[in-house]
Design a protein around this ligand. Structure first.
Ligand SMILES: [Zn+2]
Length: 255
């Protein structure tokens, strides 16, 4: 099977884009971004407070570029460490994901893994780019990357199964997006992946573990409900296709 090439690098402009998207433009993750970015970048917080609306992006650009200049060595060594760690498992991870998702990587020849300088982990489905954070250890960056890489093949599969679903449904706050977020964790806990990336188990958005599946069904969290259902499907020898078709019917009212 043809696997995508994973290009691991660190491009300052992509960190600028991430800050712009989460701290300047309207978006659903601003509070998280404030919590995850500013403690490591108090200088950026001060600069953005005083910047006018029109020069916010320019301010971010200058800040990020000077941050890169000051920390270039550390950033480069983070990229090198990730490359070394990923080289040991990357191809097996990609082929295992395809096996679990019951599809292939056709149409995704390349994924860009950007090692950014802010602690946000976006994925851009169209551009085939995702980001980790240079201050993560490889044992943290690799589970983050696995989660993001899973999104790419998950939505490829989803589009094959449900060709009528639009790309807008793959983004926050659509229920289809929520299911993709909680299922990334369940998929990443599959034994075939766990043996390659054991630290990925439990690596997901805690929100889905903190709310009950339904108000009147409090014996499972939203994550727990779908994780159990997925395990039952696997145990019965059913494919992920069947699982996703059934799961899709259950997400509409709950998330
Ligand atoms: Zn995600």
């Amino acid at each position: 099977m043809k696997l995508p090439t994973i290009k691991i690098s660190s491009n300052p402009q992509l960190s600028v884009d991430t800050v712009r998207i989460f701290l300047i433009e309207p978006n659903g993750f601003r509070d998280t971004a404030v919590e995850q970015i500013f403690p490591d970048h108090p200088g950026l917080k001060t600069l953005l407070k005083t910047a006018t609306k029109n020069n916010k992006e320019e301010t971010v650009k200058k800040y990020v570029n000077s941050y890169f200049e000051k920390n270039q060595q550390k950033i480069d060594s983070a990229v090198d460490e990730i490359k070394t760690s990923w080289a040991k498992i990357g191809e097996r991870v990609l082929s295992t994901l395809a096996e679990i998702m019951n599809t292939d990587w056709q149409g995704i020849p390349t994924l860009t893994w950007d090692v950014g300088v802010v602690g946000m982990y976006p994925r851009f489905l169209d551009e085939k780019i995702f980001q980790t954070y240079y201050l993560q250890y490889p044992f943290q960056a690799i589970p983050t990357a696995l989660h993001e890489i899973t999104h790419f093949i998950y939505f490829k599969k989803w589009a094959e199964l449900f060709p009528g679903d639009t790309k807008e449904m793959f983004e926050y706050p659509d229920p289809v997006w929520h299911l993709s977020e909680l299922m990334a964790e369940a998929i990443n806990s599959d034994e075939r992946l766990r043996i390659l990336i054991p630290d990925a188990e439990g690596h997901g958005h805690p929100i889905y573990r903190n709310v009950p599946f339904q108000k009147n069904k409090q014996d499972f969290s939203q994550y727990g409900y779908f994780a159990k259902k997925y395990l039952e499907f696997k145990k019965a020898g059913k494919s992920i296709d069947d699982f996703l078709k059934e799961a899709r019917e259950e997400i509409k009212d709950i998330l």
